[in-house]
Design a protein around this ligand. Structure first.
Ligand SMILES: [Fe+2]
Ligand SMILES: [Fe+2]
Length: 135
């Protein structure tokens, strides 16, 4: 029997947002594969950069929705996005300066952060946005 994928319980029922979340998890899947192939150290730099850029794109999308629809809880949500970007930049800086950054720890951080953020903060806006016709 096929196990229920994470997507079933992280799905917000907002297709444009869910698609981006799925892309972010696919990127984490890529990092996981590279780690399994023992290529994690080499792959980490480019994946971190793509991860940061795509996260910024995704956050800009959400924050535009907050602004357009005057979402009430946006300040703390935007702070959470900013703290995450700061953390990813910190990993990138360490990596770029030649410091050892453990790819497994980065992957763990990413998986935990995204899972918690979607379950808590993102889930909090889903019905608000669905009520306003966001797809
Ligand atoms: Fe999100
Ligand atoms: Fe968010």
């Amino acid at each position: 029997m096929k196990s229920k994928s994470w997507l079933d319980w992280l799905d917000l029922k907002i297709p444009s947002i869910d698609k981006e979340h799925r892309n972010l998890f696919n990127l984490m899947g890529q990092l996981s594969e590279e780690i399994n192939l023992n290529e994690g150290k080499k792959a980490l730099g480019p994946i971190l950069k793509t991860m940061r850029e795509y996260s910024q794109y995704h956050f800009a999308h959400e924050e535009k929705l907050f602004n357009t629809h005057k979402y009430p809880d946006q300040q703390s949500h935007i702070s959470a996005h900013q703290n995450y970007i700061a953390k990813v930049k910190e990993f990138e800086l360490q990596y770029d300066s030649g410091e050892f950054v453990d790819p497994t720890l980065v992957l763990l951080f990413l998986k935990n952060w995204w899972t918690n953020h979607i379950r808590k903060e993102d889930t909090s806006y889903s019905s608000f946005m669905i009520d306003r016709g966001v797809k």
